[in-house]
Unconditional design. Structure first.
Length: 494
């Protein structure tokens, strides 16, 4: 028998409705409400509220609303408050009933301006501490990298600041005048002309400021100029837990943040890392020196010095003799220390032109018509040589592969599930709040997944990770042997 049309009249009173019964037992917000303590915010912001006037919304409720903004990836606070009365799980999570009046969206923005970013840093630290207690953080190996975030402003609003641009031009003129006085006709032998031009370009970018978001800066990536910010992260190798997040403008180079990222990781986890994995953007002498003095093994490559012509002998073919402080060329000739370079950042090692004229490798070694072969050694090159010999090629390959999974996967997860690649607000302080909340969301999801699966102990997880690495190594060598066998079979003539 077919049912009748459902045209029930709305009731005046509902006596048997409870939001608690409408929320499934396995709902994620139910687990989050049991696991996370949002009430700590009351004692932290109590001094920011007066004792007279209207009663404000409970700070714990405001923090829950901000939590939902990023956890559910809602595009704006206005959209969040519009959907709040329609979602029973959100109402129950925030402590509202069906007939309660929900606050206006301006309550959230006013609370953000009043609280500052320290409250959100404490919230991130509290979630991280729970992950550490659950055994999800080892703290021995960390991966460091950054990702660009588009600002909530158009590039059409960028205008150069004439005052800053004039100061930059005057400083460049002074540096050029000083370098011309110090140079000794060795301009054609210098290796840093490209780096100097890049610094000049970055200086011009620093003088371009958006009127809509003055804290955002320009940077170039994949051939396009991006106005925005950078999020620098430190991710633990064991389970991919984010242990540190630092927000800067987009024009800040990555190598300047390695020291701060390591120190923030140490402060948040109370552990000193043994290995740091990063890309070649962090491969500078300053970073190698810092890691060497703190007994940290770097898995960080660096930019190799390349010659202008392919047939020239590379710098790696010249052996440095530390005892005699000289270089030995492939023909066993000595390049002696002569003078400082034009920038005062290293030492120039030269050999007489007459010696190079008699050498059998002259055409493959030099292309200058006035001077013999020259090698420039920067101050602190011994730290670079130390970093190159810390790990074997197999260890570097394994750590680099894990970095793609843990760190780049962390940025991809933030972009896909929490709106990481676009700025919801404007200003560096508000961007810090956004990045701290997104990092806390990702750590919390991993913690819930860990507890939901029965909570494997850290020792068992380490055993599983070691087993997976062993299986990956077997697969790699199998593919390598198959490739060699195919080459061997292709050369056989029947």
């Amino acid at each position: 028998m077919m049912g009748k049309p459902q045209n029930a009249e709305p009731k005046l009173f509902y006596h048997s409705i409870r939001l608690e019964s409408r929320i499934p037992h396995e709902h994620p917000l139910r687990k989050i409400k049991q696991l996370v303590d949002f009430s700590f915010i009351r004692s932290r912001v109590e001094h920011l509220y007066g004792k007279n006037g209207n009663i404000s919304v409970d700070p714990a409720v405001i923090l829950k609303l901000i939590f939902l903004l990023f956890y559910e990836n809602v595009k704006s606070e206005r959209a969040l408050m519009e959907h709040l009365p329609l979602r029973l799980d959100w109402l129950w999570f925030c402590g509202y009933d069906l007939d309660d009046q929900t606050p206006d969206h301006s309550v959230i923005s006013k609370a953000r301006r009043r609280w500052g970013s320290d409250v959100f840093a404490e919230f991130f630290a509290a979630i991280l501490r729970q992950c550490i207690d659950a055994g999800l953080v080892d703290g021995q190996t960390i991966h460091i990298d950054s990702s660009m975030i588009n600002a909530n402003a158009s590039k059409d609003t960028i205008k150069p600041q004439l005052k800053l641009l004039g100061q930059m031009l005057y400083s460049q003129l002074d540096e050029q005048t000083q370098s011309e006085k110090d140079s000794n006709n060795l301009d054609e032998l210098d290796d840093n002309k490209d780096e100097e031009n890049d610094e000049q370009g970055d200086g011009f970018k620093r003088c371009c400021i958006s009127n809509t978001d003055p804290d955002a800066r320009l940077n170039k990536k994949y051939g396009q100029h991006i106005l925005g910010y950078k999020d620098h992260r430190a991710v633990d190798d064991q389970c991919g837990i984010i242990t540190a997040t630092i927000t800067t403008a987009a024009n800040v180079t990555d190598d300047k943040l390695l020291k701060e990222a390591v120190e923030t990781h140490c402060a948040n986890t109370d552990t000193d890392p043994r290995t740091v994995v990063a890309d070649k953007a962090y491969g500078t002498i300053e970073n190698y020196s810092y890691l060497h003095h703190h007994d940290i093994t770097p898995c960080i490559s660096h930019k190799r010095c390349r010659s202008d012509e392919k047939e020239l002998f590379s710098r790696e073919q010249f052996v440095y003799d530390r005892q005699r402080d000289c270089y030995v060329c492939p023909a066993n000739k000595i390049l002696k220390r002569r003078q400082l370079d034009r920038f005062g950042q290293g030492v120039r090692y030269l050999i007489d032109r007459s010696v190079c004229e008699k050498c059998q490798y002259r055409r493959e070694c030099i292309n200058s018509e006035k001077y013999g072969r020259s090698i420039r050694r920067k101050f602190g090159t011994e730290y670079v040589e130390w970093a190159d010999t810390c790990l074997s090629k197999g260890q570097r390959r394994r750590l680099t592969t894990r970095r793609k999974t843990k760190l780049e996967g962390s940025f991809a997860d933030a972009a896909n599930n929490h709106g990481f690649k676009r700025a919801r607000w404007r200003g560096i302080i508000k961007m810090q709040m956004q990045n701290l909340m997104i990092a806390a969301m990702q750590n919390l999801r991993k913690l819930l997944r860990h507890l939901g699966n029965g909570g494997l102990p850290a020792v068992k997880q380490a055993q599983n990770i070691a087993m997976f690495d062993f299986i990956a190594l077997i697969i790699y060598f199998t593919c390598y042997l198959q490739r060699d066998f195919r080459k061997f079979a292709a050369n056989i003539r029947f």
